[in-house]
Design a protein around this ligand. Structure first.
Ligand code: IMP
Length: 178
């Protein structure tokens, strides 16, 4: 199937390098704890960490929001947070795409509840037209229109994550699991 390419691979790489340069190291000089929301943020987290000072490794958590098809309905379930050691640390939360903002809000609150001193969000994509929760996003790769996108980690019903670019899915299929 041919897709309309929204962001080619070269642009994704260039932007990840720019973001990595713009992400200031925590004030205490320690590297941030990098937490990626799986599965979608895996390729972006890999790319970003490759360009961050000290090439930090990242840890993954899983998030899914309940809804039907492509429509997120609110409650966000998160798995794997209990394994994160964030007390007293600055966390860099890496997302593939921020849509309603509920996932970022839910995870940010829980990181603070677990003792993180600061949380910064780096998201590859943001869809501002769909925002429900007014989340602050410190680092945004690209703003995208209100269309269902796939590729570079993002899926439609489990497919297309391995496309090397971001494309628009023609029929807006897919689930909203991260
Ligand atoms: P939220 O609505 O901001 O909580 O986003 C929840 C999750 O939905 C994101 O982390 C993505 O994994 C997924 N998502 C939202 N929009 C898209 C899209 O256009 N394509 C693929 N996944 C999406």
């Amino acid at each position: 199937m041919q897709f309309e390419i929204l962001i080619p691979r070269a642009d994704l790489e260039r932007r990840a390098r720019e973001l990595a340069t713009a992400i200031a190291p925590p004030a205490d000089g320690a590297p941030p704890v990098v937490v990626a929301v799986l599965e979608g943020a895996r390729p972006f987290a890999d790319l970003l960490c490759r360009h961050l000072p000290g090439r930090p490794s990242w840890q993954g958590i899983r998030a899914s929001s309940y809804g039907d098809g492509t429509v997120s309905r609110g409650a966000v379930a998160v798995q794997g947070e209990e394994q994160l050691e964030v007390r007293g640390r600055t966390v860099l939360l890496v997302e593939d795409i921020v849509d309603t903002g509920r996932t970022v809000q839910r995870i940010r609150e829980s990181l603070f509840a677990r003792g993180a001193v600061a949380v910064q969000v780096a998201t590859l994509l943001s869809k501002p037209a769909r925002r429900v929760v007014p989340v602050v996003l410190e680092h945004v790769g690209f703003e995208v229109p209100d269309a269902f996108v796939i590729g570079f980690g993002m899926d439609a019903a489990g497919c297309y994550r391995d496309l090397p670019y971001v494309a628009i899915h023609p029929t807006e299929g897919g689930s909203r699991s991260a």
